[in-house]
Design a binder for this molecule. Structure first.
Ligand code: FAD
Length: 373
């Protein structure tokens, strides 16, 4: 008997090798998650030797499509129409389904942000195209998949160019790599604040293509009453360079005054929180960082009285510099913080504020400035 290992037949799932980002606009600006997805999408498109494109739906989009080219898109597909001024599920769904159906070969990959809009649209698109969708990814890659399951003989083979949609699972203790090689487009939503955007390059060249907007009467089954842009303007966690977060170690709701005072020592800063303090009612949910809250990637993250549970860590571990203040030297947060201060936060934070205000804390400040630059 020969010991030769039989090579699996290569199976190419039909696609046009295009990676498409479904872009989002908020209040006249491209959402940061769209720029982040262009960074991730560029890498995937290069690995596929394909092209990267982005859709943009809205009204009076002006120069926004050009901005997407500067951030890595080869083609921007634009649906600019008064009827698309505000996001509505059925109108946007219609435009995107018409667009995605228009290719002779389907796009290889379609990515959306794990935002309210992305989470609303993605399953509708995936269901329409009867394709797989992985939600809330934190990593993406391209690679081969060997399907050897003899129970499924017609599918046995080597599938190159699979989207590796990677996301935490089992309470964020494991990373699951989820594949859907049978059909393109392969789809995923990606958490905001995770992927790295490309450097802006205003000399980059790309194409802008107009999409036709053919809405049907049944697309207007809902009426938009009001658009509320931000619940609380002071919470700007996604864009803050420095985030100071408070945990249950604060002991009381008033402790957040101190957290805010420390945050105010920095330019472009914001305050965050752990889930335990949100659940206790000390601070509203929109401040929560972690698995069931926001994912952030500031230049500096200062965790005060936070134990560093895995569910909190997944929301902030990609921060540039992590500083932890905790009275327990064995707190898990010290295992991943870059700098740790062991002690009572009610003694340490006022001293830090005093030092920052009198500008004596040059060391940390310089380090922080270096990271912000
Ligand atoms: C499905 C699921 C999803 C979750 N999602 C999230 C999420 O999105 N975000 C999140 O944060 N958590 C989340 N959690 C909860 C998470 O597991 C932790 O319970 C939570 O993060 C703990 O919050 P904490 O660190 O503030 O509180 P604790 O774990 O109680 O830690 C308080 C820390 O403060 C320290 N401390 C106490 N007093 C002082 C003092 N005076 N000075 C200095 N230090 C002091 C203590 O030593 C301790 O380390 C989730 C849990 C589950 C099961």
């Amino acid at each position: 008997m020969s010991n030769e290992i039989k090579k699996l037949p290569e199976i190419i799932t039909p696609s046009n090798k295009e990676v498409i980002i479904i872009g989002e606009v908020d209040n006249g600006e491209v959402k940061p998650v769209t720029i982040e997805l262009l960074g991730a999408g560029r890498d995937l498109a290069n690995k596929l030797s394909g092209i990267l494109s982005c859709t943009l739906c809205g009204f009076n989009l002006g120069d926004l499509p050009k901005k997407l080219i500067s951030y890595g898109a080869d083609i921007v597909y634009v649906a600019d129409d008064p009827l698309l001024k505000n996001y509505q599920t059925l109108t946007y769904r219609r435009v995107l389904i018409d667009f995605l159906s228009g290719f002779t070969l389907p796009p290889h990959i379609v990515l959306l942000g794990s935002t309210t809009t992305g989470r609303d649209l993605a399953p509708r698109l995936a269901a329409y195209f009867e394709t797989g969708l992985t939600a809330d990814c934190t990593e993406l890659d391209i690679g081969p998949y060997e399907h050897t399951n003899k129970m499924d003989p017609e599918k046995v083979g080597l599938y190159p160019g699979c989207l590796y949609a990677i996301r935490p699972s089992f309470g964020e203790s494991l990373k699951a790599r989820i594949l859907g090689p049978w059909k393109n487009p392969q789809m995923a939503t990606v958490r905001p604040g995770i992927m790295l955007p490309l450097q802006i390059d205003n000399n980059r060249k790309g194409e802008i293509k107009k999409l036709s907007v053919n809405l049907h009467p049944e697309d207007y089954r809902s009426e938009l009453i009001e658009v509320v842009h931000k619940i609380n303007k002071s919470v700007n966690l996604a864009e803050a360079d420095v985030i100071v977060s408070g945990g249950f170690g604060l002991g009381r709701a008033e402790g957040f005054e101190l957290i805010k005072e420390l945050a105010d020592c920095f330019e472009n800063s914001a305050t965050g929180a752990s889930r335990k303090v949100v659940d206790t009612g000390w601070i509203p949910y929109q401040y929560q960082i972690g698995q069931t809250g926001k994912t952030v990637r500031p230049k500096v993250y200062i965790a005060c009285g936070i134990s560093g549970a895995i569910q909190h860590r997944v929301g902030m571990s990609k921060s540039g510099l992590i500083i932890a203040i905790n009275k327990d030297p064995d707190a898990p947060v010290f295992k991943f913080a870059h700098h740790g201060i062991v002690g009572d936060l009610y003694q340490i934070i006022p001293e830090l504020i005093k030092q920052f205000k009198s500008n004596k804390l040059q060391l940390i400040k310089k380090e922080e400035e270096k990271l912000i630059a």
